[in-house]
Design a binder for this molecule. Structure first.
Ligand code: SAH
Ligand code: SF4
Length: 391
């Protein structure tokens, strides 16, 4: 079989030079109202927020002059006071399987990766929440990159907007509604670089914008946030974001999880499971996804599968088995297909859906756990950063 070629192109999309003006992208409705209130009559603020909001997030407009239901003078006022700025797409690689990986440059010259995975009748965007990660999971490529900084809400929602640009998915102004047919970008997973719950406020604000019905309007059930197990933020995730939850579980004993997911030393398996049991949205229709990376000879025995079944007792859960994706220098090997299937069978016999995640975009290093950008943090040590993150 001949494989479709991998393509890579360098995109140079001109963006509004920041010019020191505040960015409208990434503001919550309340923040935007505050910003517009400085020059808008109080009675009109709510209406103006609605109008600008729809232009930005429903129509995908980037130019104040295109906001045709606003008076010319008001548009000029907006242009003098604000910018509409997105991060920049530096390169886009397209895998033989259609997966697209974007290298995105954010303020300060740092870079993160965003991955679009097309599927039958839908498509998932995997977005990053931090440049690098403070955590050091031993099987994760991102974990070898020191944390540089948290992404802002604008940079988080910006990844969704850039992907919609590339997919041509904004409705044509004044013509389409954008709701014809299935969406190309129908789901979001916070499973890119970084630990989203160590950047809670910005992730929350970015996702609120994405969910807002007068904009991109992706329902909360179409968003899945994956955490390595930042226990104190789990209840807040349910209350303040309301999206689906996935947990990087990966081991069935504290001894093994301490090595694979070192945050386990802070919040162990029992503490994590207690928090998940309380996750208010954890009903049968909104099960928690337990991600479990299959590492040859490390966490993949029948005994592990049986122990996992025992641990999940009482939690509406499904298990997502992830064949380990290798990266240069990785200290693990992927479990064999037979081993993964045997593991899945034990879970299924115990009543747990346990799909095996098909690796996507491996040829462009876009698969789970392969993301890493060249950006390295300059001064602080990992210990200092960990202290700042409350670790
Ligand atoms: N920091 C969050 C979000 C990243 S999600 C978290 O850890 O949950 C990325 C998922 O891919 C996590 O479940 C992670 O454990 C998993 N992963 C990391 N490296 C991987 C690798 N090399 N192969 C397969 N999965 C990996
Ligand atoms: Fe960070 Fe998640 Fe990778 Fe762990 S698996 S190092 S938490 S990105």
């Amino acid at each position: 079989m001949t494989q479709a070629p991998i393509t890579q192109d360098v995109l140079t999309i001109p963006r509004a030079a920041a010019a020191g003006l505040p960015n409208l992208v990434g503001l919550t409705r309340a923040q935007m109202a505050g910003a517009l209130a400085e020059f808008t009559p109080p009675k009109q603020v709510k209406m103006r927020v609605n109008q600008v909001w729809q232009w930005l997030y429903h129509w995908g407009v980037r130019d104040f002059d295109a906001m045709t239901n606003l008076a010319k003078g008001y548009r000029a006022e907006l242009a003098a006071r604000f910018v509409i700025a997105l991060p920049e797409v530096m390169t886009r690689q397209v895998s033989a399987d259609g997966t697209r990986k974007y290298l995105i440059r954010i303020a300060g010259g740092h870079e993160v990766e965003t991955v679009y995975i097309p599927e039958e009748g839908r498509g998932t965007l995997c977005i990053s929440s931090q440049v690098g990660c403070t955590l050091t999971c031993s099987f994760c490529h991102t974990g070898t990159q020191k944390l540089v900084r948290n992404l802002t809400a604008a940079e988080i929602v910006g990844q969704v907007m850039l992907a919609r640009d590339d997919l041509g998915e904004w409705p044509e102004p004044g013509v389409g509604t954008g709701e014809a047919g299935p969406r190309l970008l129908s789901n979001i997973v916070l499973m890119g670089m970084g630990e989203p719950l160590y950047n809670f406020e910005n992730v929350r604000d970015g996702m609120k914008i994405v969910m807002d019905n007068e904009g991109i309007a992706l329902g909360r059930r179409r968003i899945t946030l994956s955490t390595s197990g930042v226990v104190p933020e789990i209840a807040r995730t349910a209350e303040e974001i309301g999206c689906l939850l996935a947990v990087s579980f990966h081991a069935t004993t504290d001894a093994v999880r301490d090595v694979l997911v070192p945050i386990n030393k802070r919040w162990n398996i029992e503490t994590l499971l207690d928090a998940l049991r309380e996750y208010p949205k954890a009903t049968n229709s909104e099960r928690i996804t337990f991600e479990y990376v299959m590492l040859d000879g490390v966490n993949d025995t029948d005994a592990d599968a049986h122990r996992l079944v025992g641990l999940l007792d009482g939690i509406p859960a499904k298990v997502n088995l992830i064949p380990f994706n290798e990266w240069p220098g990785a200290p693990y090997k992927r479990s064999s297909n037979n081993r993964i299937r045997a593991f899945a069978t034990i879970l299924m016999q115990a009543g747990y859906a346990s799909p095996i995640r098909t690796p996507r975009g491996e040829d462009i290093m876009a698969a789970c756990g392969q993301l890493k950008s060249e950006t390295e943090r300059a001064r602080k040590s990992r210990r200092e950063i960990a202290a700042e993150a409350g670790l």
